[in-house]
Design a protein around this ligand. Structure first.
Ligand code: SF4
Ligand code: SF4
Length: 161
């Protein structure tokens, strides 16, 4: 996610990547943007979280209120039988950064409705980084874009019915 160049390619050789093991929630805005790319709506479904800890969103009541339906499901990207995202190709994501779900664009920033946390989600294999290279540099994280995408994300989750 972000700009997955060298570290993300190395990552896939060492572990399941963030495109292979995560449920990716889609906002109503994501659906509209991705529809322009796919020309179909056959890329999402409603599922309950495979990881029950995902339901523990005490620090983000806005997320709990809007994202989950009454049966605890939410709109997510379809996956293949191995848990790979339907848009994952051997060259990475099939979509350009501005077409991808906002959740993907923000990864591995951690956040709630109030903003971005200083910490990053501890999922990327930082032990593969060259000395002196930060994770932000290695995967092309841009804080200004992240602020914009975070604002879009929380503006769009309130559009959920
Ligand atoms: S987990 Fe981190 S390093 Fe691995 S593919 Fe995702 S963003 Fe890239
Ligand atoms: S949409 Fe792209 S970036 Fe997001 S999980 Fe799927 S392959 Fe990865």
């Amino acid at each position: 996610m972000g700009i997955p160049k060298i570290l993300c390619a190395d990552c896939s050789a060492h572990q399941k990547t963030c495109c292979q093991k995560r449920d990716i929630y889609l906002t109503p805005g994501d659906v509209e943007r991705i529809k322009k790319f796919t020309l179909t709506e056959n890329f999402y479904e409603f599922r309950t979280p495979s990881d029950p800890s995902y339901m523990e969103t005490d620090d983000d009541p806005m997320w709990s209120e809007h994202v989950f339906r009454s049966d605890s499901s939410r709109r997510v990207l379809k996956q293949d039988p191995f848990g790979n995202c339907a848009f994952l190709t051997k060259n990475g994501c099939a979509m350009a950064i501005n077409e991808r779900p906002l959740v993907c664009r923000l990864h591995p920033y951690d956040y709630n409705a109030d903003g971005l946390y200083e910490r990053l989600i501890p999922e990327c294999p930082v032990y593969l980084l060259d000395p002196g290279t930060t994770l932000q540099e290695a995967i092309g994280l841009d804080l200004n874009h992240a602020f914009q995408w975070h604002h879009m994300l929380y503006s769009e989750i309130v559009l959920e019915k």
